[in-house]
Design a protein around this ligand. Structure first.
Ligand code: PGA
Length: 309
């Protein structure tokens, strides 16, 4: 039996308007085309769906029962349409918030994703861990890229890449270039002035925990809210720094900074892609998630060989 969707739509219009002429107007068709389609439908099923009563077209009891099924089919079809429209929506947005320290690789990921999705609008907020946690609390961003996800919130998260923290010094620092083969001890470096991130930063919290776990009390001499300022300060000789390895690629290549060989460093940390459980993610946001999970290891690779051997 070959019933088409087009016939069902015409059938509904005739049942609703009780007239071939008005159904034709509604569907932007001619009246003979409408009657022809209904005639073919009745022939296909071998039953009468309408009967003429004077000028009116009245639905038969078989037609009325068929209409119940037809309405369900058309409803399902319009749902399918809505779904496909969402999939093809060219103006969809993705909102991402990332830890200040993640800035260096997140923008590269965005650029690569955008090359394949030029019409997708991505908003990126770069901020410190404390703010990221409160954004997650209020279900604001689609995704957050951060160090450790906060334990007290209901979250979905996946580790996407390593985030080693290293101790850095200016090229003429007394700890650089000496002949000792042994690693510099944590106790030795803690005597030095340090430039690190501000309170509220995930990096700062991780550094403090790391020294505490090694029974040392870490005190910073200088606090700065961006990795860029820390790097400039360390290059200028203000003190040692502890930063994420991937933030210093250019300075290492330009030989402006050195990674010190310190015991218990690099401090192994991880980046996570985090979202709030229960937040509705658009199809394009899910594509972005997929892209990050598949491609993160590529961004990882480019930093591995910067570590001291
Ligand atoms: P931060 O965050 O940029 O606030 O230091 C890094 C992290 O979440 O570990």
């Amino acid at each position: 039996m070959n019933i088409t969707l087009k016939q069902l739509k015409i059938f509904e219009a005739v049942a609703e308007t009780q007239s071939y002429t008005r159904a034709a107007e509604k569907l932007n068709m001619t009246q003979p085309a409408v009657s022809m389609q209904m005639k073919q439908l009745e022939e296909t099923i071998g039953l009468h769906l309408f009967e003429r009563q004077g000028k009116k077209i009245v639905i038969t009891s078989i037609g009325a029962r068929m209409r119940e099924h037809e309405k369900k089919i058309l409803l399902r079809f319009s749902r399918l349409h809505e779904f496909l429209n969402v999939l093809q929506d060219k103006d969809e947005k993705i909102t991402i918030s990332a830890a200040t320290t993640a800035n260096h690789f997140v923008t590269h990921m965005m650029a690569d994703f955008s090359r394949h999705h030029p019409n997708v609008n991505i908003t990126l907020d770069i901020t410190n861990r404390e703010t990221l946690v409160s954004q997650l609390q209020s279900y604001d961003p689609d995704f957050v890229i951060m160090g450790e996800p906060p334990k007290k919130l209901d979250l979905d998260y996946q580790q996407i890449m390593e985030n080693p923290l290293v101790v850095i010094a200016s090229v003429d620092h007394p700890f650089v270039g000496n002949e000792r083969s042994k690693k510099i001890s944590m106790r030795e470096i803690i005597e030095m002035p340090f430039v690190v991130r501000e309170e509220g930063s995930g990096t700062k919290a991780a550094i403090r925990r790391h020294f505490k776990a090694n029974k040392l009390n870490f005190v910073s001499s200088y606090e700065m809210s961006s990795n860029e300022s820390i790097k400039h300060a360390v290059v200028a000789g203000l003190g040692l720094g502890i930063v994420a390895l991937h933030t210093i690629k250019l300075e290492l290549e330009a030989k402006k900074l050195v990674i010190l060989n310190v015991e218990n460093f690099p401090l192994e940390r991880y980046w996570n892609l985090v979202s709030r459980k229960g937040k509705r993610l658009s199809p394009v946001a899910l594509e972005f998630q997929d892209f990050i999970l598949k491609s993160a290891s590529f961004y990882q690779q480019s930093y591995k060989d910067l570590l001291p051997k």
